[in-house]
Design a protein around this ligand. Sequence first.
Ligand code: AMP
Length: 543
Amino acid sequence: MLAGCTPWPTEAAEHYRARGLWRGQDLGTLLRRAAAQYGPAPALVHGERRISYAELDRWADRMAAGFARHGIRAGDRIVVQLPNVPEFVAVCFALFRLGAKPVFALTAHRSQEIGHLCRSTGAVAYVLPGVYRGFDHRELAREIRASTPDLRLLFTLSGGRDDDLVALSTVQDEPGGLPEQDASDVAFFLLSGGTTALPKVIPRTHDDYAYQVRATAAVLGMSPSDVYLAVLPLEFNFAWGCPGVIGTLASGGTVVLADDATADDCFAAIARERVTVTSVVPSVAQLWLEAAEWTDADLTSLRVMQIGGAKLQRSLAERIAPAFGCELQQVFGMAEGLITLTRSDDRPDVVIGTQGRPLSDADEIRIVGEDGRDLSPGDVGELLTRGPYTLRGYYRAPEHNAVAFTEDGFYRSGDLARLTEDGNLVIEGRIKDVVIRGGDKISAAEVEGHLLSHPGILRAAVVGVPDDFLGERTCAYLVTAGAPPTLHDLKQALHQRGLADYKLPDRVEVIDALPVTPLGKVDKKALALLAAQPRTPVANQKG
Ligand code: AMP
């Protein structure tokens, strides 16, 4: 396995192989086989563009040869920041075939995140969108390359010049020999929702991801007649492989790529392409529900709407199946691995009120108390897990791994959960210091670090505030010296530092001192309670 990654212990790996969960198949071959079986059938649809399996397969081969001509080799890391376009899929399969490792970035990421991802993974190349949603990523890319010795190559979706940024459309060559792939090695890196000041990346192997997509596709009964609408960013595990894009391609179905989650665009795509399956976060589901009341778009083709990524409120869950005439599937998942989902034969109360059962009977789940001991069934505690598609360590992060995993390899999810009598999981909250804003995960520590770099801010604590639409918004409590910055000034300053916009605080409160727990840590629970109160002036608040 690539240096800096933690392999599964031999015994566990042998067990997963013996059980047929890991089949030694790499993701590049997965597409090759699908192309052999479904050749002329449409693999990808994007607006007017329709790309068959055979075309996608050949495109990936030609692009692999093009990347190789630019010096990309097996083992190289390449940061990939692309919107939901066919090129995203082609780039990934081209890199899989070369044995090079895509590192997924969000299109919302700016210089802070991209710079960190390039440095921490030692990336040799960065695939960028060019100008996207009014932001010119090219300047940012040049700056990062100038300060990052390993980063040699910049490939851009739009606006490339050969001498500077390479246009992705020119990355083509006659297919040549491809290296042998080791399915137990890393295929790509997903971004962690993160609790740390500097985000960590998650190695996913061919074996583990191929199993994940196969198993999720089986739960959904995916077949060549399925049409999957990819509306969440493809770099989210949910849209990429639960079963998402890869699971649909493995099943011979069609992936429709949408770059905008608005009901207008998505309903039109569902009606036009006869979409059968899609996956959304609760805030998008809520928007769609409102729009479903007045739309005349024909949504009758939908058979399953997967909702996950953040807590789905019961009141919302109850409305999904009647409004869309399709099955609701609750999904709890993490880029680190474990997925739980409700099944089509579950009782309605299970589908409405739980996040379902683990994907695999090889998933091991523990619910533990603060002392790390297992709790009785039904009690709420931290969810720990290990299994055939859950990582054993973040990339190049030995110190963090020492706390994020138990000695026997269970991943500490930081989620608070309980198991029902029939083995369904209910997520009750979280102990990790993360705000889930819509589908976006925001590490409080990361934002606090940036706030502290602002002149005059002495202390900072970021907490989540309940929000009817997004689930949570962020509130930053600040202790300042001198005149406190306004919310607008602060957002502007963080934006200029190159932090992604979704991480900028929604609200700022200035306070004399941050409350502390008896152990001397910032008392985030007290701050969250304070932030959730109706906004009447509080004695020790200044603004
Ligand atoms: P990510 O790794 O970005 O996919 O984020 C994973 C985290 O999102 C989990 O650890 C949970 O905190 C949260 N999450 C995902 N799905 C759900 C869900 N269905 N209900 C509640 N929280 C969820």
